[in-house]
Design a protein around this ligand. Structure first.
Ligand code: HEC
Length: 103
């Protein structure tokens, strides 16, 4: 059900609107916070909470390389894009993965 607050004050100019994904989830998180949540939900079971299993020391350290791999993984890694992860979620999780990497 959609509830509209008719007496809500107008949003000030420049306010960032929350993003809504295809499943109706509203996110007001930064990409990094969102990516952390995606990682905990979809990646940490295999890769460890801190990416210690195969992610922290991966040779794929750029956004482009990570996004490309997550979209089209090799070996036993499951393909999670475009379902359950959309473009925005893949890019958020790649942003987070980069913070786990200590080359
Ligand atoms: C079911 C287990 C599983 C899940 C879930 C999983 N992975 Fe993987 N991942 C793997 C395996 C296995 C490999 C090694 C693939 C290979 O060697 O070809 C891998 C490899 C990787 C690599 C390293 C690629 C390289 O060449 O160095 C990255 C980065 C990665 N995964 C990120 C992720 C992210 C981000 C997620 C969540 C969106 C995720 N994985 C979810 C199993 C998984």
């Amino acid at each position: 059900m959609i509830v509209m607050a008719l007496d809500a004050p107008p949003m000030p100019r420049g306010t960032t609107l929350p993003e809504v994904n295809g499943r109706g989830l509203v996110s007001q998180q930064t990409p990094l916070q969102h990516g952390e949540q995606v990682f905990a939900t979809f990646c940490s079971a295999c890769h460890g909470a801190q990416g210690e299993n195969g992610v922290a020391k991966s040779s794929k350290t750029t956004m482009d390389a990570l996004v490309a791999f997550i979209k089209n993984p090799t070996g036993a890694m499951p393909k999670l894009h475009p379902d359950p992860l959309d473009d925005r979620e893949v890019s958020a999780v790649a942003t987070y993965v980069r913070t786990l990497q200590r080359p």
